[in-house]
Write a protein that binds this ligand. Structure first.
Ligand code: SAM
Ligand code: DTB
Ligand code: SF4
Length: 347
């Protein structure tokens, strides 16, 4: 089997052809690529926490946290560090290896930085991988986060450059590309993906994948979110996307970015077990684990544990884990889970 090529020169026509080949051929190709780079029976699990909620000045039309969208969301100021640590401890104890902290900011203010840097150091000190998503960064802020030990920074392109203006007008596509550059140059790993099902055309799904795969380096992690339709947002009544389109998006992302983790991200609550299994078969190998995303709900931990058991999936060990830390987290997970509430099979 030839090694899948790492390319950064995709054309829209090529993406279209890849995406629209017969479904079985697409799935087979995606699974072959997946197996060249990953254990097909392992999925990485991350837990999300909203560290600052609502009242965001940006106008993202999908987002329950934009101040322009009347979603009735309870606003919350930046959380105390101790509360964040408590949530990270819980996430670790139930088997999550990465903790992702998100803030409803356009960008962090310099006076917020000491607090978020403290969060990074403390969560990392617990042996978890760390991820943050705080909006746009300056090069200096990215460097501060990197120096504090932040492993990943999430900043999504969200959609194609062509559709983008219909979704967000308060920051440009180029602003997003700049932040991604600063993150990469600071030494952190890039997490960048988008949202599917916002009423975009098929061409926009190809355009998003093309934009991600043609970055100078592929993002290390690519979250593919299915739009969560929240009442009070301009997209609350957008038409449902055909599920096969979503699975095809995952498979195409897998083929175009062979070494990246592709995350089956928001929207799993609306997907049955079979749909999620198809997404794993298409090459998704990361999920958000825990009953809440940032402000909306996610499947219960116990149902994810059941699904993983049915599929024979184990969780991927975090790269930061020493043998001792990994063993300790296994023991914690076992203690906490009286019967089924754990991921790990002792191997
Ligand atoms: N405020 C920061 C920013 O936008 O850069 C970070 C947090 S923001 C909530 C992170 C990402 O969540 C967005 O880029 C978007 O892709 C995703 N997101 C937000 N609302 C969503 C929704 N209703 N459905 C699916 N994904 C959503
Ligand atoms: C990403 O791509 N999806 C996550 C994470 N990055 C930060 C956020 C999903 C948010 C869904 C809506 C909410 O819960 O507020
Ligand atoms: Fe604000 Fe981020 Fe939501 Fe946009 S996606 S409104 S920037 S919290």
């Amino acid at each position: 089997m030839s090694q899948s090529e790492i390319r950064h020169d995709w054309t829209l026509t090529e993406v279209d052809q890849l995406f629209n080949q017969p479904f079985n051929d697409l799935m087979f190709q995606a699974q072959m690529v997946h197996r060249q780079h990953f254990n097909p029976n392992e999925v990485q699990v991350s837990t999300l926490l909203s560290i600052k909620t609502g009242a965001c000045p940006e106008d993202c039309k999908y987002c329950p946290q934009s101040a322009r969208n009347k979603t009735g969301l309870q606003k919350e100021q930046l959380l105390e560090v101790a509360k964040v640590i408590k949530a990270a401890e819980h996430a670790k104890s139930v088997g999550s290896t990465r903790f992702c902290m998100g803030a409803a900011w356009s960008n962090p203010r310099d006076r917020d930085m000491p607090i978020v840097l403290d969060m990074v150091r403390k969560v990392r000190g617990m042996g978890m991988e760390t991820c943050m998503t705080l909006g746009m960064l300056t090069a200096a802020q990215a460097q501060q986060l990197s120096d504090a030990g932040l492993d990943y920074y999430n900043h999504n392109l969200d959609t194609s450059p062509e559709f983008y203006d219909q979704i967000i007008t308060t920051r440009t596509y180029q602003d997003r590309l700049n932040t991604i550059d600063y993150v990469r140059n600071s030494g952190m790993k890039v997490c960048s993906g988008g949202i599917i099902g916002m009423g975009e055309k098929a061409q926009d799904r190809y355009g998003l994948l093309k934009a991600l795969a043609n970055l100078e380096q592929h993002p290390d992690s690519v979250p593919i979110n299915m739009l969560v339709k929240v009442k009070g947002t301009p997209l609350e009544n957008v038409e449902d996307l055909e599920h096969f389109e979503f699975i095809r998006t995952i498979a195409t992302a897998r083929i175009m970015m062979p070494k990246s983790h592709v995350r089956l991200s928001a929207g799993r609550e609306k997907m049955n077990e079979q749909m999620q299994a198809m997404c794993f078969l298409a090459g998704a190998n990361s999920i958000f684990y825990g009953c809440k995303l940032l402000t909306t709900s996610n499947p219960e931990e116990s149902s994810d544990v059941q699904l993983f058991k049915k599929l024979g999936i184990n969780t991927e060990r975090g790269r930061e884990y020493s043998d001792e830390a990994f063993e300790a987290s296994l023991i914690d997970a076992m203690k906490l889970s009286s019967q089924d509430n754990m991921f790990y099979e002792a191997t």
